[in-house]
Design a binder for this molecule. Structure first.
Ligand code: FRU
Length: 518
């Protein structure tokens, strides 16, 4: 499409949308029940979604914008779709927050509350929400130039319900680098300035600003650090305290290069002095936030009140290797459950752990408990799975005697997803080769492995099952796997098997079915 046609198209769509007050992403009654539609994970009512964007907490609401193509079920000209939640579980779909304009599509970015009115967009009494995002100019890209990604800002004075683009965008020009995107911004108290972390090809760059409008480059990190299996994207940088010591955590998504193929998110732990981030692990040490195939581009919420003290994360539950072809109609893609990130000290060093937010408990329905027992062979837990096949499973093992196990999720048509803890390799694996549809991509079926970082046997496992995903948290959130699945019928059966000729000492099993949110 020529730039002029594009502008006319945009003007027309904006006009139609404004005049009808039509919310194209608002679900109709009884919608959101399609086959494979997650029933307690966020998904857009219709059409394509990728990365989470603009995550900010303000006035009792957690905002979640997302990469959105409102006119189709595959990636296309990017907008920011928008939703809010008060409890991180139940979502309200809102109208599209940001539309493409003459500077380009709206790629990933973040949002902050401008409490001190550094931008002048709001006031001290009524601060503006400010979104900082990447403009991706498709016309310049087609014309063969490489400086088509710049950073822009927009603000909202009405709780994020409408957004006004800054009239002097872009605020950060492109220095002649093809991949220059995904700004994540935070307020750095010691210097009283905004810091932006930006993904730049094979590294990140840090910038500083007094007002979110003028940006000065501070430093670079990463060319010779961590994994470089693909281009770096969607970074984040934040402090967390462990045993009374503050450490800085940097998240960097990369595509390709994930441990089980395709898209994944690595992290670094180090120091930040307002200018430079220093990795405190050896440069070649690679740490992954999640070893499953389906947790990408995740970042954390801004402005969660300090007294709440939680670092809240959400990721896009897919993988660029097949995201555009997964077998869903009407919509495509969901987010992970919101998770709290924490640091812990382990014998292997400081590590990031993930836990689903406790608000998930508000969806709890029937609970089935099996008390301590020693198992040899198989334990059929299917009677605890209610007809919706949505549940939260928790198992505590006697860690001294755990000799491995397999959890089998299955249905009446012999499809099965297998989760196996292998003590010999000290790893957990998810086998989705027979877990239903995988004909849409040669990369989807397969066995995906997470190596454990601690030597003690697994003592706890938590598995959260929705219509088309599992989220596995072992070792209290140190060993994590998020995986999609597309069984042709629901997995209404669940069995726990011991390894051949071995027994398993179980302290407790709890299976709680979960209500739907829509
Ligand atoms: C990551 C990403 C970002 C980019 C966006 C485009 O999945 O490639 O780097 O901003 O998606 O939709």
């Amino acid at each position: 499409m020529q730039l002029r046609d594009h502008a006319i198209y945009l003007a027309l769509t904006t006009l139609i949308i404004t005049s009808c007050s039509l919310n194209r992403n608002q679900p109709e009654d009884n919608a959101l029940r399609e086959k494979h539609r997650p029933q307690f994970h966020f998904s857009p009512a219709k059409n394509w979604m990728n990365d989470p964007n603009g995550m900010v907490f303000y006035n009792g609401e957690y905002h979640l914008s997302y990469q959105y193509y409102p006119d189709g079920n595959v990636w296309g000209p990017m907008h920011w779709g928008h939703a809010v939640t008060k409890d991180l579980i139940r979502w309200e779909h809102l109208p599209i927050a940001l539309y493409p304009d003459s500077l380009g599509y709206i790629f990933s970015g973040s949002a902050v509350v401008d409490w001190q009115n550094t931008t002048g967009f709001g006031s001290l009494d009524s601060p503006a929400l400010v979104a900082i995002f990447t403009y991706h100019d498709p016309e310049q890209e087609k014309a063969g130039s490489i400086d088509y990604q710049t950073q822009g800002i927009a603000y909202s004075l009405d709780n994020g319900r409408t957004w006004i683009k800054y009239n002097k965008n872009p605020v950060l020009h492109n220095p002649g680098i093809k991949d220059f995107r995904d700004p994540k911004v935070f307020w750095y108290e010691p210097t009283g300035s905004w810091i932006m972390i930006l993904a730049v090809l094979d590294h990140v760059q840090l910038f500083r600003s007094p007002d979110l409008k003028q940006w000065e480059k501070l430093s670079e990190f990463g060319v010779d650090q961590g994994s470089h299996g693909g281009v770096w994207e969607c970074p984040d940088l934040f402090p967390l305290t462990v045993n009374g010591t503050e450490k800085w955590v940097m998240l960097v998504s990369l595509n390709n290069g994930a441990p089980n193929g395709g898209s994944g998110t690595q992290y670094f732990i180090g120091t930040f002095d307002g200018i430079t981030f220093v990795n405190k692990n050896p440069a070649e040490k690679i740490l992954w936030i999640d070893y499953g195939k389906d947790n990408y581009a995740g970042v954390t919420w801004s402005d969660v009140p300090k007294e709440v003290g939680r670092k809240l994360f959400i990721g896009w539950m897919s993988n660029w290797n097949y995201a555009n072809v997964v077998p869903t109609t009407v919509w495509r893609s969901a987010m992970t459950l919101p998770r709290e990130l924490k640091l812990i000290e382990t014998p292997a060093g400081t590590r990031l752990i993930s836990e689903p937010v406790p608000e998930l408990k508000t969806l709890r329905e029937e609970k089935s408990i099996r008390e301590a027992q020693t198992l040899e062979g198989s334990l059929d837990l299917s009677s605890a799975i209610t007809s919706n096949s949505q549940y939260d499973l928790f198992i505590a093992f006697d860690p001294d005697t755990n000799q491995g196990f397999t959890l089998e999720l299955s249905n009446a048509v012999n499809e099965q997803l297998l989760i196996t803890y292998n003590t010999e390799t000290n790893s957990i694996q998810v086998d989705r080769t027979k877990a239903g549809r995988h004909d849409f991509s040669t990369d989807f079926g397969g066995v995906h492995v997470v190596p454990r970082e601690i030597k003690d046997p697994v003592s706890t496992v938590r598995l959260i099952v929705d219509q088309s995903s599992i989220e596995l948290f072992a070792d209290d959130g140190l060993t994590v796997m998020t995986e999609l699945m597309f069984p042709t019928e629901l997995f209404t059966q669940l069995k726990l098997h011991t390894q051949e000729n071995k027994s398993l000492s179980i302290e407790k099993i709890e299976i709680t079915s979960l209500k739907r949110i829509w």
